[in-house]
Design a protein around this ligand. Structure first.
Ligand code: GDP
Length: 365
């Protein structure tokens, strides 16, 4: 690595700040002599953001050697994690997720003197190559802080298990001393459940003046929310936001109560004026105090780790199945037969499964 590159890294204010610094970090890190497992772990535990970023790149890699190293690093870091407050944030594009994360993150750094890591799961990224948080210029103030670490969702090129990778990244951030982890997702798909399954507190951001259908928010997502924040409660939109807040509050009454014994709340806020940002975070802290005291925090995290285990098994079985030589050879033809009605989905699936696990597989190899 050249001195110029080193100094560019050093002076770069935000570790994963807007491109090209992120790009530069990755390129420089990749060119650097690879670090040992111990060097990675020590660097992460010292809170070195460049090493944390590089370890997350390993997590996101599809190379088997990288994955193995990543798993070892995660394992070593595990005993040092688990102490943060994990918050999931969802809402449709344009609801103000990035702006609110910027406002909350800045508030935590300035007022609570705490570190903040921002991660993302973008269900569309694997298809489109896009990535939420990709446009990090939207978080200019946060990304320029030494106390913040911002990591966009892994984008195209990374095979399955995006949620799993985000979970692992979260564990490394915790080991690196980030007391607050904010995980953003777009409120349009399955990803809310994935995020809900990895956080302690789930925040849904809504806008006034758009019906539920328009906002694409499904009832199930609303049911998961510990807090509904009606954003953009400022200027001429203030009264409409207050009305939407009352409607949301009424809607919450009809939902079943939480195992955590928390009663979900609604507030109106503005990422632009800063209205209710402290209230929003106080709500997170109040929730955290409650679930610590009543044991839900530990219990829920235990359930979550069990769910993760099952997800890893499912994902790896699928990967092994799909990369099996007999399956690769016959999958296309059987799909075609199913589509043309020459065989049933059930029969084709059974044939493939037998090829994978039964004597047929040995013949095909
Ligand atoms: P995201 O797609 O959910 O991440 O939304 P963004 O944070 O990118 O915000 C979308 C747009 O809404 C941007 O133009 C923001 O400047 C604007 N915006 C976000 N929060 C507020 C707010 O509280 N008040 C107002 N008036 N505009 C906001």
């Amino acid at each position: 690595m050249t001195d110029a590159n080193e100094s560019a890294l050093r002076v770069s204010p935000g570790c994963v700040a807007p491109e090209p610094p992120q790009d530069l970090i990755t390129r420089v890190a990749n060119r650097r002599r690879s670090l040992s497992r111990q060097q990675y772990v020590d660097g992460i535990l010292r809170g070195e953001r460049a090493i944390l970023a590089k370890a997350i790149t390993l997590i996101e890699s599809s190379r088997a050697a990288d994955r193995e190293m990543a798993e070892q690093i995660v394992e070593d870091c595990l005993p040092h994690g688990g102490k943060s407050i994990r918050v999931g944030i969802t809402g449709v594009p344009g609801a103000g997720k990035s702006s609110l994360i910027e406002a909350i993150g800045t508030y935590l750094i300035d007022q609570h003197k705490q570190k903040v890591a921002v991660l993302a799961i973008d269900p569309s990224s694997q298809v489109s190559g896009g990535s939420i948080l990709g446009d990090k210029t939207r978080m200019t103030s946060l990304s320029s802080s030494e106390m913040a670490f911002i990591r966009p969702s892994p984008s195209r090129g990374h095979s399955g298990g995006v949620a799993q990778r985000t979970r692992e990244a979260m564990l490394l951030c915790e080991a690196a001393g980030y007391q607050n982890i904010l995980i953003e997702t777009v409120g349009v798909g399955q990803s809310e459940t994935a995020v809900h399954d990895m956080v302690d507190f789930f925040l849904l951001i809504l806008l006034a003046g758009a019906g539920d259908e328009l906002q694409g928010i499904k009832r199930g997502v609303m049911e998961m929310a510990d807090l509904v924040a009606i954003n953009k409660a400022d200027g001429t939109n203030l009264a409409a936001a207050e009305r939407a807040g009352t409607e949301a509050q009424n809607a919450l009454h009809y939902f079943p109560s939480f195992a955590s014994r928390w009663t979900p709340r609604v507030l109106t806020c503005s990422a632009v004026t800063g209205k209710s940002i402290p209230d929003l975070w106080n709500c997170v802290l109040e929730h955290n105090a409650l679930i610590r005291a009543n044991g839900w925090l530990n219990l829920n995290r235990q359930y979550q780790t069990r769910t993760w285990m099952h997800e890893i098994i499912q994902q790896q079985l699928r990967e092994q199945f799909e990369s099996h030589p007999a399956i690769r050879e016959h999958m296309g033809a059987l799909e075609q037969e199913v589509m043309e009605g020459r065989t049933t989905s059930f029969r084709a699936a059974r044939t493939l499964l037998e090829m994978y696990s039964g004597p047929e597989a040995a013949k095909a190899e």
